[in-house]
Design a protein around this ligand. Structure first.
Ligand code: GDP
Length: 828
């Protein structure tokens, strides 16, 4: 019988008629005035008394039985009590509203998929109503009980209004509103939802959710309802009038976007997809074929567009002639192996690098610039056809001029012919550099006549192709070669607009230890600036830093300037095109879209190849077999080179198919792929990470590591021709992890290691791995256990190791210990 919640001591002592104290679950109590309908204007004073219930209630409960002698003062007090009770009621109502709000919120959260939810919500509402009714019933019971308990009450009838509900005439408590709501609910479920939405209640929820979606949805729902009602009224069908739309359909589309383009409800689209057996959410992407089915199902017209709209944000404006400025030519050196491509490139670089060397080792970034008579020339430092063709295959035509290197002592060879074909196919002008002119056996004229057979008529043979005799070794003729290039460039009148968002092409990309993915990008148009957001192939990023060909930090790079770009989220591939876009969201969207498209394409191509090739092989020759392989390498260049080499291997009986090639450690997914096709995995200067290693062991997938491309190619060749003979095989005998690095005078850096697997052996070969990439290979200078030099340290023990002639060791590097032995080959 204490004050309800100590909030407002009302000051009325003892029992007063007209006031009932009620007890509820959860320890809530409240005072309810069940005063009779006697009108009297009373101004309640603040701090008015909270009348304890028992006496009040029975007295007030029945006006007819109220003692006639009740004084005005008494009445006033009662009215005060009534006022207080009203306040109490308001507080309770607020609490209840909060509770309801909470419940509604919970409900809203579960409203993820509108259709499915509606049912659940209905049930919930029912439950809620039931609960409310229960509560009301309980309350009534409690009231009743209390009334009975407060026996001396002279006004038993006073309880009646409460019992019979608010309409019984009581000004009483919260019951009316509750009952009204219940009545509303009983009007019918359909109406209820919409009514509820229109009511303040849902608005509050929406406000709390802070989302715009709910409101829009409810508006849309209302509109639809109105529309339906209108049509019904007009005697039309309930179905609304169908507007048939032309729906632009890219190769892949997000469900919500598809709904948007059809002007259909997302929920309907999701439902349609489900009926078609596709369980997707509105944020998922579906392919064009599925989308087409859905579009047709909804009765709209499909307009297939070749590329996704997301790519549209990439600026494709044609440059005005007035904006164009001349740019340096980009030169690729091609030719047969050993004819001196690398030597020529090196000779030019060493002799003519712009502004000279900047402090020691020149940063190798896959391209460099030289100056010739005031003109800058950009050389792609990736000799060979692989880079050229793979770039062209990806749509990056970066080369303006091809320098065809032919050794004067050797004449035209198969790869020379190939290079000519490439240059012609790309419609790139050629300059012939007849190399090794210093050699006594040099016969430049033979080269010239040889070339005639391949429709390359050099100037000396009265043709139009410039030819220069050079020697990469002696440097003879290099100036003439550069002049010839400059002249050719002049004729080409190469131009680009530097004042626009940059586009460029990836010359080379790799996963750099410490710096993350880095890409050498040749800017083609516009100017690439630090901070620019870009998308490149299936990757995107923001230019964190740029280094030029001399390893110097630069803030921007204009047309034909090669730069190394840092700040990518992944490693792109050589030939990928870089586009600067405005926002990160755009960049990400495009990258994601491309990734998906590429994945789908690969999947499709993979399936097709398998099927078609199997069929073709079966038809053509039952003996032709295919040797699938997976290749992972440390840099893109190596990966490309290996893939190109693999494609050339093959005879009538066997062909090599590279299932996948990539940059970085061998991962579980590589193993999965290899397993699916029964392929071995080749690691070039990379290692499998621990999960991949375990998985490979379990599945019996062979992983082979190489550090010389030739060895790898040779092994595959041998395997392909069934000539596997005994070989020198490496066996890993142990792994150690570097925990600390010490400097020891006289010895240099010593790694404090823990042998994590197998044994560390002094006499064995060692490799230093950083992030599963081979950094160094060599032998140990020392293997120490405590102070002593030991021959072996076993797993679980700590030891000190130092490399012979190698010092760049860091904590967390892994040392791989291996032995070499001669074994039978066992390529899968
Ligand atoms: P690439 O395979 O085309 O890149 O050829 P390289 O640049 O690796 O050269 C192959 C070999 O030819 C190397 O041993 C070079 O030293 C040698 N070589 C390259 N250019 C010349 C040259 O002008 N004169 C002589 N005598 N040897 C050269």
């Amino acid at each position: 019988m204490s004050d309800t919640d100590g909030k407002k001591p009302l000051g009325l002592k003892g029992a007063r008629p007209g006031n009932v104290k009620q007890s509820f679950s959860h320890g809530r109590t409240k005072n309810v005035v069940v005063e009779t309908k006697r009108k009297r204007v009373v101004v309640p004073k603040p701090g008015a008394a909270n009348a304890p219930a028992p006496n009040a209630s029975p007295r007030a409960s029945d006006p007819s039985k109220r003692p006639a002698g009740i004084s005005d003062a008494e009445m006033e007090r009662r009215m005060k009590a009534l006022q207080a009770a009203k306040e109490q009621e308001a507080a309770d109502a607020a609490r209840r509203a909060a509770e309801e709000k909470e419940q509604a919120e919970r409900r809203e959260r579960r409203r993820a998929e509108a259709e499915a939810k509606e049912q659940a919500e209905k049930e919930r509402e029912d439950a809620l109503r039931q609960k409310a009714e229960d509560e009301a019933a309980k309350k009534r019971e409690a009231e009743e009980a209390k009334t009975r308990a407060a026996a001396p009450a002279p006004d038993p009838a006073a309880a009646a209004p409460a019992l019979s509900g608010p309409r019984g005439g009581g000004k009483a408590a919260p019951t009316p509103s509750r009952r009204d709501r219940d009545d509303d609910r009983n009007k019918g479920n359909k109406g209820r939802n919409d009514d509820a939405r229109r009511s303040g209640k849902l608005t509050l929820n929406q406000a709390l959710r802070g989302g715009e979606g709910g409101r829009q949805k409810s508006m849309a729902a209302m509109k639809r309802k109105q529309e339906r009602a209108r049509q019904k009224a007009m005697g039309g069908t309930v179905e609304r009038e169908k507007v048939i739309r032309d729906v632009q359909l890219p190769e892949a589309i997000v469900v919500s976007e598809l709904a948007n383009r059809m002007s259909e409800r997302v929920a309907d689209v999701v439902k349609a997809l489900m009926t078609n057996g596709l369980m997707v959410t509105q944020t998922q992407t579906i392919d064009a074929d599925t989308a087409e089915l859905i579009i047709e199902e909804f009765g709209h017209n499909v307009v297939r567009v070749s590329d996704s709209d997301v790519e549209d944000v990439i600026q494709t404006v044609e440059d005005d002639d007035t904006n164009l400025q001349s740019r340096p030519p980009v030169i690729t050196v091609m030719g047969h192996v050993d004819h001196g491509k690398t030597s020529v490139l090196d000779a030019i670089r060493n002799a003519r690098v712009v502004a000279g060397e900047a402090g020691g080792i020149t940063q190798h970034i896959g391209a460099y610039q030289v100056e010739q008579g005031g003109q800058i020339l950009t050389f792609l430092d990736t000799p060979g056809h692989a880079a050229f063709t793979s770039m062209r295959a990806r749509g990056a035509q970066v080369t303006d001029i091809v320098v065809l290197v032919v050794a004067a002592d050797d004449a035209v060879m198969p790869q020379t012919i190939e290079a000519i074909a490439h240059a012609k196919a790309a419609e790139v002008p050629m300059i012939v550099a007849i190399n090794k002119i210093d050699l006594p056996a040099a016969n430049p004229d033979k080269v010239r006549t040889d070339l005639l057979q391949h429709e390359v008529i050099v100037e000396k043979m009265s043709g139009e192709v410039q030819d220069v005799e050079v020697s990469a070794i002696s440097g003879q003729g290099l100036d003439e070669l550069l002049e010839a290039i400059a002249l050719q460039a002049e004729i080409l009148e190469l131009k680009a607009n530097p004042d626009r968002a940059a586009t460029g092409a990836v010359i080379e990309a790799q996963l750099d230890v410490g710096r993350g993915p880095v890409a050498t990008v040749l800017v083609q148009t516009g100017t690439l600036k630090q901070g620019d957001i870009f998308v490149v192939g299936e990757q995107w990023g923001r230019v964190r830093a740029m280094e030029n060909d001399q390893g110097k930090r630069v803030k921007e790079a204009g047309p034909s300037v090669p730069v190394e770009v840092l700040g990518l989220n992944g490693t792109p591939e050589a030939g990928d095109v870089l586009n600067v876009v405005e926002t990160e969201a755009q960049a990400r969207e495009i990258a994601e879209y491309r990734e998906k498209a590429a994945k789908d394409k690969r999947a499709a191509a993979g399936a097709a190849t398998t099927l078609e090739q199997l069929m073709a092989n079966a038809k053509a020759d039952e003996n032709v077999s295919e040797m699938p392989i997976v290749v992972k390498a440390d840099v893109q260049g190596s990966a490309e080179a290996i893939v190109q080499a693999m494609e050339k291997i093959g005879n009538d009986e066997v062909r090599v198919r590279v299932l996948h090639s990539g940059v970085g450690a061998i991962t579980e997914s590589d193993i999965g792929l290899a397993e699916a096709s029964g392929a071995p995995v080749f690691g070039f200067n990379v290692r499998a990470n621990a999960p991949a290693r375990n998985s490979a062991n379990q599945k019996g997938i062979e992983i082979r590591y190489y550090s010389v491309i030739y060895d790898l190619v040779d092994d595959v060749k041998q395997a392909a021709s069934g000539l596997l003979s005994a070989e020198i095989k490496e066996t890993f005998i142990g792994y150690a992890k570097i925990q600390e690095v010490f400097k020891v005078t006289g010895v240099g850096k010593v790694a404090g290691c823990l042998v994590t697997e197998g044994v560390a052996r002094r006499s064995a070969g060692v490799r230093l791995l950083r992030d599963n990439v081979v950094i160094h290979e060599g032998t140990l200078k020392t293997l120490k256990r405590f102070k002593d030099e030991v021959p072996e340290v076993i797993s679980g023990q700590e030891c000190g190791m130092a490399f012979e002639n190698y010092d760049d060791i860091r904590p967390d590097d892994v040392i791989e210990i291996f032995t070499r032995e001669e074994v039978e080959r066992s390529l899968t």
